[in-house]
Design a protein around this ligand. Structure first.
Ligand code: AMP
Ligand code: FE
Ligand code: FE
Ligand code: ZN
Length: 311
């Protein structure tokens, strides 16, 4: 199974501009990190995959938070749009109170796996947590649980702070999601409630046990809880980490250099992705990409029997 040799081909950029995120990759354009309405993106899976085609992407990773709910729709949309989709999950994990995200690609979605148990537990805990946050918010702002529910696409959707942010926007409390996060929903603010999440090491071992590959998502993002310490990255490698998302909007040049050096010295694959959330964030599809050779190295480590969803 090779994306570099069997991919649907190169879609050249048309504007002649150098895109730092692509790092001059030849061949198929691959964005391994995207979200749909199955979590906190604003596009349906069908819309997301059509948007990926319009953006000139050949391959995307569908990596909704703590759910595989979008995978079924993705298979049909991949065929229709001629975009290859890598079924994935962005697994919420927690290390000493810090939120750490792990991308799981092509892991067995069977409900009996430890991975499914862990994301299921996080998914349910997120719902309880959202209720608790709304209860706190309602003391100071005009917001009800029904307002939040109105922002959530379906019963399988992973509920997060972005849906609460959207409810605050709909109520006119905030102009947009980013402002809601900055002013009201921050993790050090009075309305924040944590939810259950496994440790990064437990999550990575569960991904590997389910035959998938694990990639550290935006580990140097200072926008969140600060960069993941090197000691934790080392421990994640020991648990079976296969790659590092070096190329991400929230990583500056110095962070990319440092993470690339870490990846090289530990034999890890360097990936890149947009972390597209539709209208929910400024991130644009394909703004950071993964080389075909890097994806092939990841695919070589998959042993779940799952394959990318081809056109
Ligand atoms: P949660 O996992 O429910 O605590 O919410 C975190 C999610 O909110 C992340 O997955 C991001 O997609 C999103 N998020 C975090 N910060 C921001 C921001 N400043 N603006 C918009 N979305 C954000
Ligand atoms: Fe998100
Ligand atoms: Fe993330
Ligand atoms: Zn993400």
């Amino acid at each position: 199974m090779s994306i570099a040799t069997h991919g649907p081909g190169c879609s050249p950029r048309h504007d002649g501009q150098e895109d730092p995120g692509t790092r001059g990759h030849e061949g198929p354009r691959i964005d391994l990190h995207t979200h749909s309405r199955c979590s906190d993106g604003t596009s349906t899976v069908d819309e997301l995959i059509a948007e990926a085609r319009a953006a000139g992407l050949d391959v995307i990773g569908l990596t909704d938070h703590d759910t595989t709910a979008g995978w079924t729709d993705a298979a049909a949309a991949a065929r229709r749009e001629g975009v290859t989709v890598i079924p994935g999950i962005e697994v919420s994990t927690e290390h000493e109170g810090r939120s750490v995200h792990v991308l799981a690609l092509l892991a067995d979605p069977d409900p009996d796996t430890e991975l499914a148990q862990e994301i299921g537990r996080a998914h349910r805990s997120r719902l309880t947590r959202a209720h608790a946050m709304v209860e706190r918010l309602a003391q100071d702002f005009p917001i009800t649980w029904e307002d939040v529910q109105a922002q959530v696409a379906g019963t399988e959707t992973t509920v997060g702070r972005p849906h609460i942010a959207d409810a605050l926007v709909a109520r006119g409390v905030c102009p947009d999601r980013s402002t809601a996060f900055a002013d009201i929903l921050g993790s050090s603010g009075p309305y924040y409630v944590r939810h259950y999440a496994p440790t990064p090491e437990v999550a990575i071992r569960a991904v590997v046990a389910a035959g998938g590959v694990a990639v550290a998502a935006h580990p140097a993002s200072g926008v969140r809880d600060g960069a993941v310490p090197i000691s934790l990255l080392e421990s994640m490698v020991a648990a079976g980490l296969a790659g590092i998302e070096v190329d991400h909007r929230e990583h500056d040049a110095a962070a990319r250099e440092e993470l690339d050096a870490f990846a090289r010295s530990h034999g890890l694959v360097r990936t890149g992705g947009s972390d597209y959330h539709g209208a929910g964030k400024p991130n644009r599809l394909g703004e950071n990409t993964t080389s075909p050779q890097a994806l092939d190295r990841l695919l070589d480590q998959v042993h779940s029997g799952l394959e990318p969803l081809h056109a």
